[in-house]
Ligand binder design. Structure first.
Ligand code: UD1
Length: 419
């Protein structure tokens, strides 16, 4: 298993080009199952989760033709698509559940594995199932599979989600696109990745409109051929902005509309970062002394993303004074804490709240990645630690960060991948 060796402390300086968004690419690729015509998707990140989604749609009968740089995919669905999403593919990535909506909407049936739990919590799919049921999907759960059917095309309905869910909103939008009549989704997640999915579908003739957290979808009979470029990854951009703030860095983050990470940039300004924005660029300089923030609270967009929580915790470890972070989205997303403690962090956890002592001098250690964002937080911590850190199980990082060690090397981090 690959691991990273990071020799810290390092200051970060230079330019970072942000890759395509993983979390926007996944629902877009799942939505290609709705098409009879070829679809071209550009700016895909070359990360493992995207390969998993390719394997999943290929197993369902789609042909995926990749460009040389593997960032553009032409997807052509076969005449005889399958509707079985196997456990062996779904278990490796929760986002796989996003094939359920399109399969039932288009082929009126599906046997899709339940994704199962993961380290950051139980992560059920009840909101996905309840919404699709309202649209006319009947289902039973048997042997770990969702066995779903509909009597022909799904029917547009009014659905109010009991709680904001990114995935359930996406699955319902995709299904509603080719349902009969109008689907109105209320209390939707409004993450930029969901707007990207809507823009993609609209580029193919779907009729999706937004007003606040309400999404209105007028069903169409079928979608047209289209070519679409995925939005940049705001979590990757946020991670590099935290890196600059943490490591007295000076970075130019390229290829991202700064407006979509406004909340994150405001928080970094509060802790002392100097930030200047241009149309598709962020110039960010880290302070000599990082100020602490009393209570950081993760929330659905436009709040502070849970996917940046672990990275912000590293930042607060290095801040002057005490701070706290409340994780409001996932029940068990503090797996990184024990590893940060190995570097010298003083963090206490009570329920979903972490209290962080601050003023920590990190000393390099051997560390273990637990999930995607936790592992990148360990990388950030190793960058500002004194001495060598080894980060094990970096396959978690490869799931969602494109060529992270190359990007880090370019900005001055002493990082090596050990095979
Ligand atoms: C997506 C993102 C993930 C991000 C998360 C929250 C992708 C591929 N993943 O995950 O990176 O951290 O949004 O921004 O885009 N819930 C239920 N029942 C459901 C669905 C969700 O109880 O049917 C709960 C979850 O356990 C969680 C909360 O609702 O506590 C929000 O989850 P959700 O927004 O659905 O996250 P994902 O779509 O899984």
């Amino acid at each position: 298993m690959d691991k990273f060796l990071i020799d810290g402390p390092c200051r970060v300086k230079g330019k970072v080009l942000i890759s395509g968004s993983k979390n926007a690419s996944l629902p877009i690729l799942a939505a290609t199952l709705l098409f009879d015509q070829p679809v071209i998707i550009k700016n895909l990140p070359r990360v493992r989760d995207i390969n998993t989604m390719f394997n999943l749609i290929k197993s369902l009968g789609s042909k995926v033709i990749l460009s040389k740089d593997k960032k553009t995919a032409k997807i052509i669905n076969s005449k005889n698509m399958k509707t079985f999403a196997s456990y062996s593919l779904v278990k490796t990535m929760r986002g796989s559940i996003l094939v359920l909506g399109p399969l039932v909407a288009k082929y009126f049936k599906s046997k899709t594995s339940l994704p199962g739990g993961c380290l950051i919590g139980a992560r059920p799919v009840n909101y996905h199932l309840e919404a699709l049921k309202k649209l006319g999907m009947n289902y039973e759960i048997k042997d770990g599979y969702i066995i779903a059917k509909s009597k022909g095309r799904l029917d547009g309905k009014i659905i109010k989600f009991p709680k904001i869910s990114v995935g359930a909103t996406e699955n319902s939008i995709i299904a509603g696109c080719i349902a009969k009549g109008t689907t109105i989704l209320k209390n939707c997640a409004i993450e930029p990745e969901i707007k990207d999915l809507s823009n993609f579908l609209n580029s193919a003739g779907a009729k999706i409109k937004w007003s606040g957290r309400t999404c209105t979808i007028k069903g169409v009979n079928s979608l047209n051929q289209t070519e679409y470029s995925v939005m940049p990854d705001r979590i990757e951009a946020g991670t590099f902005c935290v890196a600059a703030t943490l490591a007295r860095g000076n970075l130019e983050i390229q290829n991202l509309n700064p407006k979509i990470i406004k909340t994150e940039l405001n928080l970094l300004k509060k802790v002392g970062a100097k930030i200047r924005i241009e149309k598709n660029k962020i110039f960010i300089k880290g302070p000599d002394k990082i100020k602490s923030i009393k209570n950081i609270n993760t929330k659905a967009f436009p709040g502070i993303p849970t996917d940046l929580q672990a990275q912000l915790m590293v930042l607060m470890c290095k801040a002057v004074g005490k701070s706290s972070i409340t994780e409001s989205i996932f029940e068990n997303r503090f797996m990184h804490v024990a590893e940060l403690q190995r570097l010298g962090a003083k963090i206490k956890i009570k329920n979903n709240r972490a209290t962080i002592e601050g003023n920590t001098k990190f000393i390099g250690a051997e560390l273990m990645s637990s999930d995607l964002r936790a592992s990148v937080a360990l990388v950030l911590a190793a960058i500002v630690s004194h001495g060598k850190s080894y980060i094990n199980r970096i396959y978690h990082l490869d799931r969602g960060y494109e060529m992270i060690e190359n990007k880090l090397k370019k900005i001055g981090v002493k990082i090596k991948r050990l095979k």
